[in-house]
Design a protein around this ligand. Sequence first.
Ligand SMILES: [Zn+2]
Length: 326
Amino acid sequence: MKQKIILDDIVSIRGKRTDGYVNFGQKPDGSQFRIPVIIIEGEKEGPTLLVDACTHGDEYEGAEAIVEIAKKLETEKFVGTFVGVPALNFEAFSCISRVSITDGYNLNRIFPGNNESYITHRLAYTYMEKVVKFVDCVITFHGGGDVLHLEPIIGYLPGDDEISKKTLELAKAFNQKFIWSMQNLPFNGVTSIEYKRILGIPTVLPEVGSHCGRLYDREGNVKICSDGIVNVMIALKMLDGEAPMPVEKMNVELHYLHARNGGIQKLLKQKGEIVEEGEILGEIYDVFGNKIEELEAPYRGVVIGFWSVPVIRPGDWWYLYAKILD
Ligand SMILES: [Zn+2]
């Protein structure tokens, strides 16, 4: 059995549940930079599942689901250990910001971090050393946050090795339509890649919900997250129960199509739409109403998401557009 997570500050112990913090730096006001951690022990020994959210501080759907599921697991019988981290970048979460406030870093570009430089690097390092190292698999929630819309899409790292196979199995078990093969990410320092590379831990990365859905479908998106956690726990045999009827899956490879210019953008293709190569996805207008840019679909694909704010800046992600793999 793996060694257990040790919390620096314990807030409460209630039955089989412990809430507390892992600390990673004292602020000038004497308080700590800290990671909130919920640990719930099941009835029998088994796998340790870590579920976290708010690596990007404005992606709250997973956070709400973790809080809900933790409450349920307090009184439910299960096998193994559930570790919930509802707000990994707690500072960004508190300030409704995608990235860290203190040093401006995007936490999901700097893993595995280090303990010698900036505070966000120390957050990544501390999290891996004091939490992730002690678990068997991870669900790390993301979403569209405040400026993007994304259809629910479940990321996994493909490969022929056992870790990759396990990740795909768990991504499928999460049970949403879009399964995202993440072999072509255009950036480094991502949790799932580093957990696999350094710790040999499989990580599923669901993107669920955004500001667009929060008016009418906030609870619906939180439910997608909590159902997904339960489905993964059933697949890991942590929870009893039947796996749900599998939904029809589409395996995709996501590409980030950027805006060349800034302006007022119009979305011509909508979420989930299948688009033929050469069709126009979107247009950008200047403030005088002149069209200054069109975005052509580079291949036949499906619209997973887009920039949801009317104004876009040069270089921003415009369409999250996916190749259909099978
Ligand atoms: Zn994110």
